[in-house]
Design a binder for this molecule. Structure first.
Ligand code: PHE
Length: 468
């Protein structure tokens, strides 16, 4: 155990775990999911799911990690149930899949940062040259640039993870997270002064509950899971480096709150910018992954040369920072497995795993216009490219992972063991209200709703069948 890393402080753990949670999911994905899911009604469902279903799953993951001091593949076995290691295996696969495409989007953000610095606001239009299916637009631009930027991003991620837990992941998060929060507040302040800001806010904040259907309910839960980094063992892994003195419940509450707050605040920045770009008319937006990448450079371009460069660069720097603390956590999961179980040295494990993940990402990289096959051949109800397939598949697996993690904990590992782990670092846990809530949640609410919504999402994402 001495050889495994540990977080040096509670604040360090929270910064790293919140860093994992806050990422492209909050700033890139959340706005387009809100747009797809029908606006503010989606936001309300997302908030309910985050606290009712996701918070208990987070506590459970961290508890399993800390109890076992193991990576997700070995953790279940170490509790005495080796068959259940399958959850960890699927989770680790899912992490590899997520990072394979996530790194590409992070690379776009890095590339956009450079384009903004050079004052190339036309990049958004270049992004949307290839039109795919109904309302989906993809990057048809310079594939070489995309390759270079995604390699740079994977290199940065590997560099941080290679430095270990307290010297790499924790240290990076302690710098990046506060910077991100400051940048975000500055950007919101600025975005709210733009013309049409109110139209953006109205769209974002006034719910129309008529827009709720199976696909938006499922979408809200998927988004909450993804955004909180749940269901694949990221937090089992981070929990495995956490000291027994720390209070898991309050740390999880803080992480959930920080993530939800930042997603919400990012919306206050993004929707006014989009409204500004569309002169207040948000009825016919470029939807999906292109929402930010197409709309925003135009918006920055029309702010005037000096200010556009400044605001645009600031915006994509913010996204790159957010992405980095998340890619780091995604890479750490398979790396922890290779280090713990295959006894490979950390640095070597990092470069090996990062290399493999980069290769897995190549179809996603080519699936945005560069290769016709990877752009069009993967037909799902809402998309046809490989990147979207990888995203939908992994999102769906996260829900399944969450279902099994809580079910395992309540009925196989057993609640008394779960409670005993949580009581360490939390005096008076046994008789607290939150303990009652968590026990009911992991025994009944989460298994039932996660199981049900997994089926709803599966049917709607992959078969186009909407039950509601
Ligand atoms: N939560 C991250 C985000 O919102 C993505 C992520 C998912 C990270 C799963 C780790 C595990 O961007």
């Amino acid at each position: 155990m001495a050889l495994r890393g540990t977080f040096s402080s509670r604040a360090g753990f929270i910064a790293a775990a919140a860093g994992s949670a806050v990422g492209l999911g909050n700033i890139w994905k959340f706005p387009f999911e809100v747009e797809r899911g029908g606006g503010a009604a989606f936001v309300v469902m997302y908030l309910v799911f985050a606290f009712l279903l996701c918070f208990p799953v987070m506590v459970t993951e961290i508890a399993i990690g800390r109890k076992t001091n193991k990576n997700p593949v070995a953790a279940f076995g170490s509790l005495g149930f080796p068959k259940w290691n399958l959850i960890g295996k699927v989770g680790t696969f899912c992490g590899v899949l997520i990072l394979s495409y996530y790194n590409i989007v992070a690379g776009w953000a890095l590339g956009y940062l450079i384009e903004m610095l050079m004052g190339n606001f036309d990049i958004g239009n270049q992004f949307s040259q290839a039109q795919v299916g109904a309302g989906e637009y993809y990057y048809a631009g310079d594939i070489l640039k995309v390759v270079v930027y995604s390699i740079i991003f994977m290199w940065m991620t590997s560099y941080v993870v290679g430095k270990g837990i307290s010297g790499g992941i924790e240290k990076a998060a302690k710098v990046l997270m506060p910077s991100l929060i400051i940048m975000l507040f500055c950007m919101v302040g600025y975005a709210l002064t733009l013309p049409y800001a109110m139209d953006g806010l109205k769209y974002y904040l006034i719910p129309e509950f008529g827009e709720i259907n199976a696909s938006s309910i499922g979408g809200a839960l998927r988004q909450a899971f993804f955004s909180l980094s749940l269901g694949m063992g990221t937090l089992i892994t981070y929990g495995s480096y956490l000291s027994k003195k720390e209070n898991i419940v309050s740390a999880s509450a803080l992480i959930t709150l920080a993530d939800v707050a930042i997603a919400f605040i990012a919306g206050l920045m993004v929707f006014p910018l989009i409204a500004f770009n569309n002169s207040g008319d948000l009825t016919n937006l470029v939807s999906g992954p292109g929402l930010l990448f197409v709309n925003l450079p135009n918006a920055f371009g029309s702010m005037g040369p000096g200010i556009g460069v400044a605001v645009g660069s600031f915006f994509f720097l913010l996204i790159a920072f957010a992405a980095l603390t998340s890619t780091v956590s995604l890479l750490e999961v398979p790396v922890a497995y290779v280090v713990d179980e295959l006894k490979v040295k950390r640095k070597k494990a990092v470069w090996l795993v990062a290399g493999v993940i980069y290769l897995v990402g190549i179809p996603s990289l080519l699936g945005n216009g560069a290769s016709e096959f990877f752009t069009y051949a993967f037909k799902l109800p809402a998309s046809s490219d490989f990147l979207s397939l990888a995203a939908q598949l992994s999102d769906t697996l996260l829900l399944l992972g969450g279902f099994f993690i809580v079910t395992f904990t309540a009925y196989v590992w057993k609640r008394e063991n779960f409670n005993a782990e949580l009581a360490q670092g939390f005096d008076g846990f046994e008789n607290s209200l939150v303990s009652k809530f968590l026990n009911i949640a992991i025994s009944y609410i989460c298994p039932f709703l996660l199981g049900l919504l997994f089926i709803v999402v599966l049917l709607s994402n992959f078969f186009g069948i909407n039950l509601i």
